[in-house]
Ligand binder design. Structure first.
Ligand code: GLY
Length: 310
């Protein structure tokens, strides 16, 4: 089977001065994931490699460079889901993990559980040989400046209106037909301590079913959770007849693209929220949609070249 890969760096309002940097980060993530897939590596390895690259890049709201919460601390969420078994590994509100996607991978493969949070997740990391970092190692000057700016104004309203989300994600199909999806985030700027958004929740920020497709979402988590957007997208891919109501608007778009478009329309209409998603159907057809001014994303075209947009 021909492998396929799509990645995103978050839906939001990327300033013109940062667009090139975002696109460079997307290219690096595609290179990391594609290096795995083009050598017949697994979809899980490819998704982890792509997201590791984005977590290590301070341009994105994941890993190093993540937004700070109201108390000035970074709390990270991540998930990795295996489309063959429907098992996920997820972590939330971790503060001393440099690469939460790798801890999510450990939960997926070495735990009977699907999600661990906070101190328990960090304990699991230690017991499984993943080193802890200092919480300060995750904080960049840019993230601290954004936090200070937001603290100066009304927290609740500004947090909802002026985010420029940079959650990251990836979906891969490997040469054995295995499908995987993952998402990683620092959440929203100045979020309440302990707040967990859509990203690490199965069906909300991520879903993968090898029989239908894989999805990674980005945007306003409290809205995405309302419509369980990733599972909604996979269900629509599974049964395109359910797309009848959306057909007219879809025009000549592929089913995959029509599904992506329908999901962000429903997010806007039913949850009054902005966001985006990337997806692969079970044959590797890629699609992306967003309602924000930008979403940095990229995928590998059938000739092996990279298509990058924002
Ligand atoms: N979508 C990321 C978050 O709301 O936490």
């Amino acid at each position: 089977m021909k492998p396929s890969l799509i990645v995103h760096g978050g839906a939001g309002n990327i300033p013109d001065s940062a667009l090139e940097e975002s696109q460079r980060g997307i290219r690096q993530a595609l290179e990391s994931g594609w290096a795995v897939l083009s050598q017949d590596g697994s979809a899980l390895d490819a998704v982890e490699a792509a997201i590791l690259s984005l977590e290590d890049n301070p341009s994105f709201d994941a890993g190093v460079g993540s937004y700070l919460n109201r108390d000035g601390r970074v709390q990270l969420d991540a998930i990795l889901m295996d489309g063959a078994t429907l098992k996920a590994g997820a972590v939330a509100a971790v503060e001393r993990i440099r690469n939460p996607i790798s801890l999510a991978r450990l939960v997926l493969e070495k735990s009977d559980h699907m999600m661990l949070v906070g101190a328990g997740a960090e304990q699991f990391a230690v017991e499984n040989g993943l080193p802890l970092c200092e919480p300060e190692d995750l904080i960049t000057d840019r993230a601290r400046a954004a936090w200070e700016r937001l603290l100066e104004v009304s927290l609740a309203t500004q947090n909802r209106e002026s985010r420029s989300n940079g959650t990251v994600g990836a979906v891969a199909l490997d040469s054995n037909g295995q499908l995987a999806a993952g998402t990683s985030t620092g959440g929203t700027n100045c979020k309440f301590p302990g707040r967990v958004g859509d990203s690490p929740l199965v069906g909300c920020g991520c879903y993968a079913d090898a029989e239908a497709g894989g999805v990674s979402c980005t945007g306003y988590g409290e809205g995405i959770m309302k419509i369980v957007m990733a599972k909604m997208a996979v269900d629509l891919l599974r049964d395109p007849r359910a797309m009848t109501a959306h057909r007219k608007k879809a025009g000549s778009a592929t089913i995959a693209q029509a599904v992506a478009d329908a999901c962000v329309r429903i997010l806007a209409r039913r949850a009054q929220a902005a966001g985006g998603l990337i997806l692969l159907d079970c044959e590797g057809r890629a699609a992306a949609a967003f309602t924000t001014p930008h979403m940095a994303y990229g995928f590998v075209k059938s000739d092996g070249s990279f298509q990058i947009a924002s």
